[in-house]
Design a protein around this ligand. Structure first.
Ligand SMILES: [Zn+2]
Length: 101
């Protein structure tokens, strides 16, 4: 039956003409699974929360001061991460990183 062959050919043509994956050709399907996307979502939400905290501190006039000791956070550190909440000493203590001299 010619109509069936034609139909199969049409289906094949449609399948071949479907666009390949994603806008970024380097990111094929399966690069990020559901957990990967959840992790991205969580980190994005954390970043937004940090920005919200910083904005509240700006309104309150406490922006740039350590939430633990109240001392000013170094300008260089704030420039690197404007959402910092703690001075180098307390931030290092919280993350168990070695203290900088
Ligand atoms: Zn501190």
């Amino acid at each position: 039956m010619d109509w069936a062959k034609g139909s199969d050919a049409a289906r094949g043509a449609r399948a071949c003409s479907q666009p390949q994956t994603a806008a970024d050709p380097g990111m094929g399907p399966g690069v990020l699974d559901v957990e990967g996307y959840r992790g991205l979502l969580r980190s994005s939400e954390d970043a937004l929360d940090a920005v919200d905290r910083a904005l509240v501190q700006l309104d309150e006039g406490s922006y740039g001061t350590c939430t633990e000791c109240g001392l000013a956070i170094d300008d260089a550190r704030l420039e690197a991460d404007p959402t910092l909440q703690q001075c180098a000493r307390h931030d290092a203590a919280a993350t168990d990183a070695p203290l900088t001299p």
